[in-house]
Design a binder for this molecule. Structure first.
Ligand SMILES: Cc1cc2nc3c(=O)[nH]c(=O)nc-3n(C[C@H](O)[C@H](O)[C@H](O)COP(=O)(O)OP(=O)(O)OC[C@H]3O[C@@H](n4cnc5c(N)ncnc54)[C@H](O)[C@@H]3O)c2cc1C
Length: 402
């Protein structure tokens, strides 16, 4: 793992401090330019740490606001809350995730059965399409595990409208290899490019835009000239945000740390836990080598911090199988397991499967949600514009100088 991507909370905090001077007007001015690997100084590259909550959205927004004030920090804070908006939006519409998973699996089955599609997909993910830029980003994604936002938009647009590959397979390629691969930001951004998220509005990558914002590194030819929006069956109405605990309930309990929030010590007290377990992410979402190594390092870091904070060894679990959770709780002599709230994705699904099995053994699973999520997510009812209009009031309520 390169030094740039040290997967610890300490390295995340150092990166916040180092980027803080550039979170103001400098960010707004140059954030759209993709300067290429090793030269990404216009953006923070903090997304892998935020994704695993080695550092939080609140810490990023606070750093920007404290250093630059609400006007100059507006653009940076707005990007941070894009992440929060996507999280809240998906949390209230979980069918969009389950539909994506089903469509992805159906597309993968088609790939198995169709040699032409298989060849086209292999060429795309191996960066052998002959399309300048696109091939470079495909390799960059696999080798580095991170792409600039603009490159992600161009890549997704070319994938969907020029190569005409199923969008779910592109989203899957990203999710496997990005160190920040996130069910909400990734799925909904791909949907946005495809014209599914904001109905009828697509994102078309053009050679001139790519040339301008890569400082002339790429000017691909043969790109699609039009981007007809994809279509789908209507999305079911939004549900209310599922309830969660605001703080750790009283009584002896087992602390369960998951890959969704690797800073339990800033969310879950008291420090006298009857036991602490750290569970690996279920499924194969993070299967790219670089993303896997980042996550593994982040888990080790979380275990070390938890051992120091809760003053006991942390037991590692290979996943979230209910039998293993029950055994750990029994060994700790408790009937309550407390964990951070897992947003829509594989961890939430595994916890939902475990809950009734635990309940049948008289065990309770308590999920604690951060104040930031509790206050912001319910506001993601419509588009991003009304969400961002309401954000400053909420940020002030949370004690930020917005
Ligand atoms: C097709 C596509 C797929 C994407 N998949 C993911 C993903 O899986 N995980 C992910 O975290 N982001 C995803 N993004 C959003 C965005 O590209 C990254 O969050 C951003 O590039 C991270 O770089 P940074 O940390 O330097 O961001 P900065 O510009 O420094 O912004 C600071 C923080 O704000 C958040 N942020 C910034 N831009 C966005 C955005 N457009 N949407 C949501 N959050 C944002 C990130 O947490 C980021 O760390 C995707 C975008 C597209 C177009």
């Amino acid at each position: 793992m390169s030094e740039v991507w040290t997967p610890t909370r300490a390295a995340g905090l150092d990166r916040i401090a180092a980027f803080q001077p550039r979170m103001g007007r400098a960010y707004a001015a140059v954030r759209n330019t993709d300067f290429g690997p090793g030269r990404q100084e216009a953006v923070s590259q903090l997304s892998p740490w935020v994704r695993r909550r080695l550092v939080t959205e609140e810490e990023l927004a606070r750093a920007a606001l404290e250093a630059h004030g609400p006007r100059a920090a507006e653009k940076f804070v707005q990007e941070v809350i894009w992440r929060t908006y996507w999280k809240g939006w998906l949390e209230m519409r979980p069918e969009v995730w389950t539909r994506y998973v089903a469509e992805r699996d159906a597309a993968l089955a088609k790939v198995e059965a169709n040699a032409g599609l298989r060849t086209a997909l292999t060429q795309a993910v191996e960066g052998r399409t002959g399309i300048e830029g696109f091939d470079d980003w495909a390799r960059e994604l696999v080798e580095i595990g991170w792409l600039h936002n603009h490159a992600r938009m161009w890549f997704a647009s070319i994938w969907i409208f020029t190569l005409r590959l199923p969008w779910t397979l592109g989203a899957d390629f990203f999710l496997r290899h990005l160190m920040d691969g996130d069910p909400a930001s990734n799925t909904l951004s791909w949907r946005w490019v495809a014209g599914l998220q904001t109905q009828g509005k697509t994102y078309l990558a053009t050679a001139s835009n790519i040339e301008q914002f890569t400082e002339g590194r790429f000017r691909p030819s043969g790109l699609a000239k039009v981007a007809e929006p994809l279509s789908e069956a209507p999305i079911p109405a939004a549900r209310a945000l599922p309830s969660a605990a605001g703080q750790t309930p009283d009584g002896p309990q087992l602390l369960l740390i998951t890959a969704e929030d690797l800073s339990p010590e800033s969310l879950i007290g008291p420090w006298e836990m009857a036991g602490v377990v750290l569970a690996s992410e279920p499924g194969t979402a993070t299967s790219g080598e670089v993303a896997r190594v980042f996550l593994g390092g982040a888990m080790d870091d979380a275990a070390a911090r938890a051992e120091a904070r809760y003053r006991q060894p942390v037991q590692r679990l290979p996943g979230l199988e209910p039998e293993a959770l029950i055994a750990a709780a029994q060994a700790a002599g408790v009937t309550a397991i407390v964990t951070s709230y897992a947003p829509v994705g594989p961890t939430a699904e595994a916890l939902a499967r475990a809950r009734p099995v635990l309940a049948a053994q008289g065990m309770e699973l308590v999920q604690v949600r951060r104040d930031w999520d509790e206050a912001m997510w319910p506001l993601a009812t419509k588009g991003f514009f009304p969400f961002k209009e309401k954000a400053p009031t909420v940020l002030r309520m949370l004690g930020l100088p917005a």
